[in-house]
Design a protein around this ligand. Structure first.
Ligand code: ADP
Length: 726
């Protein structure tokens, strides 16, 4: 930070949450003590925003234009590891540092410290008459520390009127105490699980990794139901004992009530939650308490990676293969990969857990960069479900239906045994396509390149890209014929209809994100776990993590669904999803079955699932990636060029392509229409940058962007390093 003589006014660079290439300069008012990492409020045009003071030189600014910092937030500065991580993330993703700072600054511009709350402190005055309840209260309060009224009543196991009675006698004096933390600190010794032999071995390796306090990555690779959570909780306990903060990333945090409860059972308190559904006040409080170190453990969605931890000592990425870890908005990043970098920068261990690790992580383990720790069997008496493919060519459903006789029969037997069935179909709504039987008209979204999906419960046709919806008409808008529209293919609502007809007495629950909010979903999941449904029909929401003790049959309605799109990752993704969803069956000692309805029973994915030979599947996938130089044996980046007209987008994409430098290590493919060619009225083209493993694709992309035309008019260019689909 330089002194700007002759006025000797101190000027500092401040990152503001904007896509600017550089920090802005602000003057520091006399007496304000700012340093790198300080969080400040600064004027920006007519507004005020939160910003982070950074290091480095400031640009010279006209003294008249220079504006002072308005306020230094009353909180510790962002720590050095986080500052380095922020710079690294901006560099790797080719994003303006201000946009990464924006992910850290999840606070309002006016940052009110939590006001103190009234509390009670023992005055030294004894009560007139002692009772059992009163003595329990005084036992706690006698040490002279302050309590809130309800906190003390709760801890002593008495009603609040007992406290009020004592107050009336002058036993307590009123004091103001700091606002209570959102969560009590977890206790590592609260209720450790008794681990099986294999679990104990795995836990020991993880605990050793945490105890050695350096950077390492462990891949906890254990089948569904093997107890990965119980095992990594031991590593969490060790980190807590060391006084470190812990971050547990979960792909679907809004749905992980069960997880929070298990954590509570083990550690005696819940971790702080962090995800996009938090109320603004809660969000602000958690953010602040993470920064001040009061929150010791956070369980959160990918954005929790950008919380301002003071002393982070362990990150766990549960279900590390999950595509939900990829953010594809503003700053494109994969939270799993970023977690590893965060651990590297901070010098602490990272644990990746999955029953179906990503090919990338498998290769890292094979090559010795990650330590693979395996759990090959389920915990206790639970056995893996017996998995079978149903060849739909041989056992077709009845006309108009989607469930084969073999699946219906299995459901029937499950009902008879008073056990639960799950039917999985990864498609919301009633039917993915509606067409006119007379003229062939298909209902398409007016602003996206996708068909409108009929949602019969809501009486609408809905675009799953942009949310556009319209009432389902009676007549064809093209030829005007009445009552000749047909629904093609199934969604979960249509399966529910078939199940209701087939099993009229069964209790059915349909789980789909469009039918309910998070709260309702959590209630439904609890109801299922308590056995209050016979048949559950759901989208991928039901595939993840849940334990339903009485579920003994999982039927996959369309196991081929994910294989059709031609993406080289399709087989891996389908394998992962099918393993996860069939893994919901048989969590207790009961015999369980998983049935896959498929037209391709010989497909390697179906074979791998049915035989249980994951190893063979991965070996093949890895060979395939190596042969074609795809990640992790090569590097990929994508430029997504969008514009209001197709021609503008395509022309800009071509011009960028022409601007690409020559390189022996890197190829540019395209431009081609992006996988979703039209979204919300914006036409999209894609350039794929494919390099060797050692190639610096970031530099290559920077060269394209600086030599090529700049964004103008309606044209926008997004950068996606390590794209999900290739
Ligand atoms: P995974 O994450 O590997 O699918 P979980 O950690 O969810 O497996 O464990 C599956 C079930 O087994 C859970 O209900 C869990 O509470 C139980 N379980 C696993 N290990 C133990 C243990 N050592 N003691 C008690 N219960 C366990």
């Amino acid at each position: 930070m330089k002194q700007d003589s002759p006025s000797a006014q101190k000027i500092v660079p401040v990152l503001v949450p904007l896509p600017a290439a550089k920090p802005y300069s602000y003057s520091v008012p006399d007496g304000m003590d700012v340093k790198a990492g300080s969080i400040v409020r600064v004027p920006l045009g007519p507004r005020e925003v939160a910003g982070i003071v950074t290091e480095g030189a400031t640009d010279s600014v006209d003294a008249k234009k220079l504006r002072p910092i308005s306020e230094l937030f009353d909180c510790p500065p962002v720590d050095n590891g986080m500052m380095r991580f922020m710079r690294w993330a901006a560099d790797y993703t080719i994003s303006p540092p201000g946009m990464v700072a924006r992910m850290i600054l999840r606070v309002p511009a006016a940052f009110d410290p939590e006001p103190p709350v009234p509390g009670l402190r023992f005055s030294g005055q004894q009560p007139e008459r002692m009772t059992g309840a009163r003595s329990r209260v005084l036992e706690l309060a006698g040490d002279g520390l302050a309590w809130t009224r309800t906190g003390l009543a709760h801890a002593a196991g008495v009603s609040a009127t007992v406290i009020d009675g004592l107050s009336a006698q002058g036993v307590f004096e009123e004091v103001m105490i700091p606002a209570r933390p959102v969560v009590a600190p977890p206790d590592p010794d609260y209720a450790p699980a008794e681990l099986s032999g294999d679990q104990a071995d795995a836990a020991r390796q993880l605990v050793d990794a945490v105890a050695s306090r350096g950077f390492s990555v462990s891949l906890l690779d254990g089948v569904t139901g093997s107890g990965k959570t119980e095992v990594y909780f031991e590593a969490v306990a060790t980190a807590i004992e060391q006084g470190k903060q812990v971050l547990i990333l979960l792909p679907e945090i809004a749905l992980t009530q069960q997880f929070l409860e298990r954590f509570h059972d083990r550690f005696g308190s819940k971790p702080a939650e962090w995800h996009s559904d938090l109320a603004p006040k809660t969000r602000e409080r958690v953010w602040r308490q993470v920064m001040e170190g009061q929150v010791r453990v956070v369980a959160g969605a990918r954005s929790a990676l950008f919380l301002p931890f003071q002393d982070l000592g362990l990150i766990i990425v549960d279900e590390e293969h999950d595509p939900a870890y990829k953010q594809e908005d503003r700053v494109f990043y994969n939270a799993r990969d970023m977690a590893v970098v965060r651990g590297h920068i901070g010098g602490f261990p990272v644990i990746l857990a999955s029953a179906t690790p990503s090919v990338e992580s498998q290769v890292n383990a094979l090559q010795g960069r990650y330590t693979r720790i395996r759990l090959t069997g389920r915990y206790a008496e639970a056995a893996m479900p017996d998995l079978k493919a149903i060849d739909m060519r041989r056992s077709p459903p009845r006309p108009g239906g989607f469930l084969s006789p073999a699946l219906v029969e299995a459901m029937n037997q499950t009902l008879q045994r008073k056990e639960q069935s799950l039917l999985f179909l990864n498609r919301r709504g009633y039917a993915p396509l509606t067409l006119c039987r007379v003229c062939g008209h298909r209902f398409q979204c007016p602003c996206c390149s996708s068909w409108l999906v009929e949602h019969r419960f809501r009486g609408q046709l809905v675009c799953h890209q942009c949310g556009h919806h319209e009432p389902r008409p009676e007549a064809c808008p093209s030829c005007g014929t009445l009552d000749h529209l047909v629904a093609c293919g199934p969604g979960v609502e249509r399966i529910a209809e078939e199940v209701e007809k087939t099993f009229p007495d069964a209790r059915i629950i349909v789980l789909s994100s469009d039918l309910m909010g998070v709260k309702r979903l959590r209630l439904e999941l609890d109801a299922i776990a308590r056995g209050e449904a016979d048949i559950v029909i759901g989208t991928q929401l039901v595939a993840k993590g849940h334990n339903f003790p009485n579920m003994t049959l999982v039927g996959v309605v369309d196991a081929d669904l994910g294989l059709a799109n031609g993406d080289p990752r399709a087989a891996e993704r389908t394998f992962q999803l099918l393993s996860q969803v069939t893994g919901r069956a048989g969590r207790t000692g009961k015999k369980s079955v998983g049935l896959l309805q498929t037209y391709q029973p010989d497909h390697p994915v179906m074979r791998a699932i049915v035989s249980g030979d994951a190893e063979a599947f991965y070996t093949r996938e890895i060979e395939e990636r190596e042969r074609s130089g795809l990640p992790p044996y090569g590097r990929l980046g994508a430029l997504i060029i969008s514009a209001g007209t197709r021609a503008e987008a395509e022309n800009h994409a071509r011009a960028l392509r022409r601007a690409a430098p020559h390189s022996s290590e890197i190829n540019v493919l395209g431009p081609a229409e992006a996988p979703l060619a039209l979204i919300r009225g914006r036409h999209r083209f894609r350039l794929l940058i494919h390099g060797t493993r050692k190639a610096d694709i970031q530099n290559f992309i920077r060269a394209i962007l600086s030599a090529g035309p700049k964004e103008r008019g309606s044209v926008r260019v997004q950068i996606d390093i390590d794209p999900q689909s290739f």
